[in-house]
Design a protein around this ligand. Structure first.
Ligand code: MGP
Length: 211
């Protein structure tokens, strides 16, 4: 837990030598998150292997440090096409190969080009808040992280979970996520196994679950 000491006046009067005795030191404690999180940035350089384009930006574990970071970095809608942000629990790398991802999958939100200006930043912020706020009740421990892909062909946002076989958890996370994004009931979102995403393309990737 991070403690910052703030000097405060007990009375809001100008400090004079007679008032100096009222100057007190009070601890200001930042609000801890349940987990420590790592933000990653991906910038596409086709001359390098995929993993070499992935950079760890920073880690945080308090509400205040999350907002300081969020307010400091570019909005997703302003990133160049080909870039990603990923926010993962500390110790999990944002890739299929990580031990805590390799048996997992993702709830995938695909956006049209028009949605970039209207909804991309709002959906990504809500995704971040779902992650750091542990929005999925008893199933939040199944969550590994979230990814936003900024792409000319259409942007994508996803929440990654660790076990495709944990149907109860996957469905609860999907339903909650859809509600939190405020998506209409008639919009269907799908959950895909990383094992399929890594080995198949386009229409070959079947949804394991939909909500
Ligand atoms: P992408 O960046 O997830 O989506 O994957 P994009 O750019 O929309 O492309 P599409 O294929 O989904 O249409 C692009 C490529 O990056 C993949 O085909 C892989 O070659 C590589 N890649 C992406 N991810 C998430 C991983 C990963 O976790 N591990 C490895 N090794 N390569 C990955």
């Amino acid at each position: 837990m991070t403690t910052v000491y703030l000097a405060v006046f007990e009375q809001s009067e100008e400090m004079t030598s007679s008032k100096k005795e009222h100057l007190t030191i009070q601890p200001y404690v930042k609000h801890p998150l349940q987990n420590r999180w790592t933000l990653w940035f991906f910038k596409n350089d086709k001359s390098k292997p995929w993993q070499a384009n992935l950079r760890l930006v920073t880690k945080f574990d308090t509400v205040e440090d999350f907002w300081a970071l969020y307010n400091h970095i570019q909005l997703a809608s302003r990133l160049m096409s080909g870039c990603d942000y990923s926010l993962f629990k500390d110790g999990i790398e944002p890739m299929w190969e990580d031990n805590r991802n390799k048996c997992g999958g993702r709830w995938l939100i695909t956006l049209s080009k028009q949605q970039r200006m209207l909804e991309l930043d709002q959906f990504w912020l809500e995704t971040l808040l779902c992650l750091i706020g542990e929005a999925f009740d008893d199933y939040s421990n199944e969550v590994c992280g979230g990814v936003i892909n900024v792409r000319a062909k259409g942007d994508k946002i996803a929440i990654w979970t660790r076990d495709t076989e944990n149907q109860e958890a996957v469905l609860h996370i999907g339903k909650t996520y859809k509600e939190r994004l405020g998506l209409p009931v008639k919009i269907v979102i799908g959950y895909q196994a990383h094992a399929d995403t890594a080995t198949k393309s386009g229409l070959g990737i079947k949804n394991k679950f939909v909500v």
